[in-house]
Design a protein around this ligand. Structure first.
Ligand code: NDP
Ligand code: 2IT
Length: 449
C-alpha cells in the first residue's frame, strides 16, 4: 500500500506498476496525476464506471523501431527509436522528439502522459504523444545528425501526418534536426505537408516566436503566479538550470521583465555571472557554435564556473528548472527556501522530484508545474499548425501576444480549478484536474474508445 492514495485510486496505480515494469519515470508521472484525482471521482462518479483513469493511463499506440545509420568512419551504428501515441481525444497526437542516451520507453511514456494534460490545458485541438531515441547527438558531425534523422524518418513517416501525429523538438532536437526530419518526410511522401511537424525554420513553414515560446511562456506563467500574490518579477534574482532552448528564452524574458538572472548550467557544471548572464554570449556559444558552457567563463571575467556544481545552492528568489527530469530534489528545495526562494516555475518536464514538490508546497511558495508552466511551446506549435493550415504567416508580435493570452488563461484555469476542488493556490491539483476533465469529457462523449 502506497501512502497518499485513497482506496479507489490505489488499485489503479498498482495496475499501472504491474503492467509497465521498470518504467520508473512513467510510474512517477502517473502517480502525481492520480494522487490529485480523488475529488474528481466524487464529483463525477461516471468516470469511475467508465474506467476513465485506467483508459487514459494506457497509450492508444506504441511504436518502437530500429534506426541503423553509418557514422563518418563508415562504421554501422544501431539506435532504438520510439513514438508513443498516447491520446487523440482532443486532436492529432502532438509532442516532441527527444534525442538523448538516457531515452528508453519509460521516459517517452512519462513525457507522452504529461503531454496529454498539458495539451488539454492549452485549449487548442491537440492530443498527446511523444517520441525519441537513445541516440546521443553530442560530438556528432552535421552529416551524422542528418543521416540519423533520415534513417529515423524512413520508418516514422508511415505513422505521422498533419491529422494523425505531429512531432516537434525536445532535448537534443531543434530546428536543425526538424529540418532533416521534415526534408526526409517530404522526399518519401512527395508531399509538402507543412503541418506534419512543428518547430520548422521560418523560411519553410515555421512560426515566429516558436523558438522563444517555451521559455517566454514559462515566464508569463511565473508572472501570473507572482501577480496574484501581489508581487512581480522586477528586481528579483533568478537562476535557470540548463542552457538549451528553454533556458535561453526563459532568461531572455525574465530579463526583459525586470528579473536579474545570475546563473545557468549544463550537465557538466554551473556558470555564475555576478553581472548577470550575458545573453548574446550565451546564444553565440550554444546556438551558433554549439560549444560547452565552459566557453562562457573563458570570455567573461565576471563569471565563475562550478564544475559538477549544483545550481540550486546559488541564493535566489526565483528558481527556474529548465534542463531535465528529477533535477531538483527535496534537499535542493530546502536549500532554495532557506536562501529566500519564493517562486518556482518548471520550464522542463517533471524537473522536481515528488518529495521536492512537497517541500515547496508545505512552505507555501508559488510552484508552477511543468505541464502548466511550459505549455507555451506546444501551444505555439498548435499556432504553427494553424498558420500552416491557412497557408499564412503571422508577425512576431501577434504570435507572442497569442502565446501570452494562452499562458494567462492556463494560469487562470489552474487557479480556479484548484479553488473549485478545495486546494486553493495548488497548481499541481489545478493543472491535473483541469487537464483530466477536458480529456475525460471528450472521451466520454465519443463512447468506448
Ligand atoms: P535542449 O536540448 O535545447 O537543452 C537541454 C539542456 O538541459 C542542456 O543545457 C543540457 O545540458 C541540459 N540537460 C539535458 N539533460 C540533462 C541531464 N540528464 N542532466 C543535466 N542537464 C541536462 O532541450 P530543451 O531546452 O528543448 O529542453 C529542456 C527541458 O524542457 C526538457 O525537460 C524538455 O522536455 C522541456 N520542454 C521543452 C520544450 C521545447 O519546446 N523545446 C517544451 C516544453 C518542455 P547538456 O548540453 O550538457 O546535455
Ligand atoms: O514538452 C513539450 O511540450 C515539447 N517538447 C514541445 C512539443 C511540441 O509539440 O511543440
Amino acid at each position: 500500500m502506497v501512502a497518499g492514495l485513497d482506496e479507489k485510486l490505489e488499485p489503479i496505480y498498482q495496475d499501472v506498476l504491474r503492467r509497465n515494469p521498470g518504467e520508473t519515470e512513467f510510474h512517477q508521472a502517473v502517480r502525481e496525476v492520480i494522487e490529485t484525482l480523488g475529488p474528481v471521482l466524487v464529483k463525477y462518479p461516471e468516470f469511475a464506471e467508465q474506467k476513465m483513469i485506467q483508459r487514459i493511463c494506457e497509450p492508444e499506440r506504441q511504436i518502437i523501431f530500429r534506426v541503423p545509420w553509418q557514422d563518418d568512419r563508415g562504421q554501422i551504428q544501431i539506435n532504438r527509436a520510439f513514438r508513443v501515441e498516447f491520446n487523440s481525444a482532443l486532436g492529432p497526437y502532438k509532442g516532441g522528439m527527444r534525442f538523448h542516451p538516457s531515452v528508453y520507453l519509460g521516459i517517452i511514456k512519462f513525457l507522452g502522459f504529461e503531454q496529454i494534460f498539458k495539451n488539454a490545458l492549452t485549449g487548442l485541438p491537440i492530443g498527446g504523444g511523444k517520441g525519441g531515441s537513445d541516440f546521443d547527438p553530442k560530438g556528432k558531425s552535421d552529416c551524422e545528425i542528418m543521416r540519423f534523422c533520415q534513417s529515423l524518418m524512413t520508418e516514422l513517416y508511415r505513422h505521422i501526418g498533419d491529422h494523425t501525429d505531429v512531432p516537434a523538438g525536445d532535448i537534443g532536437v531543434g530546428e536543425r534536426e526538424v529540418g532533416y526530419l521534415f526534408g526526409q518526410y517530404k522526399r518519401i511522401t512527395n508531399r509538402y505537408e507543412s503541418g506534419v511537424m512543428t518547430g520548422k525554420g521560418l523560411s519553410w513553414g515555421g512560426s515566429r516566436a516558436r523558438r522563444e515560446a517555451t521559455g517566454y511562456g514559462t515566464i508569463f506563467f511565473l508572472e501570473e503566479m507572482l501577480r496574484v500574490r501581489g508581487n512581480s518579477l522586477v528586481g528579483k534574482t533568478c537562476i535557470v538550470s540548463g542552457s538549451g532552448n528553454v533556458a535561453i528564452y526563459a532568461i531572455e524574458k525574465a530579463k526583459a521583465l525586470g528579473g536579474r538572472v545570475i546563473a545557468c548550467s549544463d550537465s557538466n557544471g554551473v556558470v555564475v555571472d555576478r553581472d548577470g548572464i550575458d545573453l548574446d554570449l550565451l546564444k553565440q556559444i550554444k546556438e551558433v557554435e554549439r560549444r560547452r558552457l565552459t566557453a562562457y567563463v573563458q570570455e567573461k571575467t565576471s563569471a565563475t564556473y562550478l564544475e559538477n556544481g549544483c545550481i540550486w545552492t546559488i541564493p535566489c528568489q526565483v528558481a527556474l528548472p529548465c534542463a531535465t527530469q528529477n533535477e531538483l530534489t527535496a534537499k535542493d528545495a530546502k536549500t532554495l527556501i532557506e536562501q529566500g526562494c519564493i517562486a518556482v516555475a518548471e520550464g522542463a518536464n517533471m524537473p522536481t522530484t515528488p518529495e521536492g514538490i512537497r517541500v515547496f508546497q508545505d512552505a507555501g511558495i508559488a510552484f508552477g508545474p511543468g505541464k502548466a508552466a511550459n505549455a507555451g511551446g506546444v501551444a505555439t506549435s498548435a499556432l504553427e499548425m494553424q498558420q500552416n493550415a491557412s497557408r499564412d504567416s503571422w508577425t512576431f508580435d501577434y504570435t507572442e501576444q497569442r502565446l501570452k493570452t494562452i499562458m494567462v488563461a492556463i494560469h487562470r484555469r489552474c487557479h480556479e480549478t484548484s479553488e473549485e476542488f478545495g486546494a486553493p493556490g495548488n497548481y499541481v491539483v489545478g493543472a491535473n484536474i483541469a487537464g483530466f476533465l477536458k480529456v475525460g469529457h471528450a472521451m466520454s462523449a465519443m463512447g468506448l474508445i
